[in-house]
Design a protein around this ligand. Sequence first.
Ligand code: GLV
Length: 328
Amino acid sequence: MSKPKLLIARAIFPEVIQKLEQYFEVETNQPDEPFSGTQLIQKLQGKSAALTTGGDRIDAEVLAACSSLKVCANMAVGYNNFDLDAMTAAGVLATNTPDVLTETTADFGFALLMATARRITESEHFLRAGKWGKWSFDMFAGSDIHGSTLGILGMGRIGQGIAKRGALGFGMKVIYHNRSRLDAAQEAECKASYVSKEELLRSADHLVLVLPYSPASHHSIGATELALMKPTATLINIARGGIVDDAALAQALRDRRIAAAGLDVFEGEPRVHADLLTVPNVVLTPHIASASVPTRKAMAHLAADNLIAFFKDNKALTPLNPAALAAK
Ligand code: GLV
């Protein structure tokens, strides 16, 4: 029997390609040039399966043009590149990579918070530029992390990981806001208190965004929300571009309406709003929160294992729309 055809849309670990080749006729993209929408449709012709990343959009148009497609495994926990309703309607199974990246991403959220609050990259640029002539009492004085109030917007697995790091490691007071409140045991484990979004904005010394992107969370942080924050506050976004209004944030940073921001994700990335590139009080990283080698391997293997489980046993390890499985 011939093997089902699989497109791996972006470059991936060779060991994962070898594993998939046992089950699939694989087309790869090791040169790693992202496909345009039209190229993706063309590459998916005759394919039953796709291994995608967050930049590969699977929507109603793609599905209508790729009728052989049965399953898409996203190598990311976020899946706003999938139109899940359209995939379910087309009977296409979608999977993501939760859990395996939780701790690595929470580590990074904390690293970005520390770099931002303590002005690490700004001071490094100063030093590299040969500007360090003398010590001064207020040189790159930032804000404290220990003992401060950590606010978390979006309290899923990664948010809880950040809460634990803050409460247990740095003696922070942790407050959070989320669509649904955690149960009492989870709140106790994270030492986190539930507050309204307004209270979160007003009280946090450091506000970390870890909520999923959807039309409902678009510009959750804009000029109005930034105006409620403390002028000494830092804002960290490791969630998705579009959750923050980047133009409004650049203006707030320039006007020192908040002290600093740390951003791993951007509206329209890999483009970055030009104003963010010119303000000094922002730490910018290129969407690398889950990028440790072991975690990226675990994500790639989980995506591959979802595809294999689907074709071997008509099941998936981490399905997003199990209704598509049930319809098989
Ligand atoms: C990365 O952004 C992910 O969603 O895994």
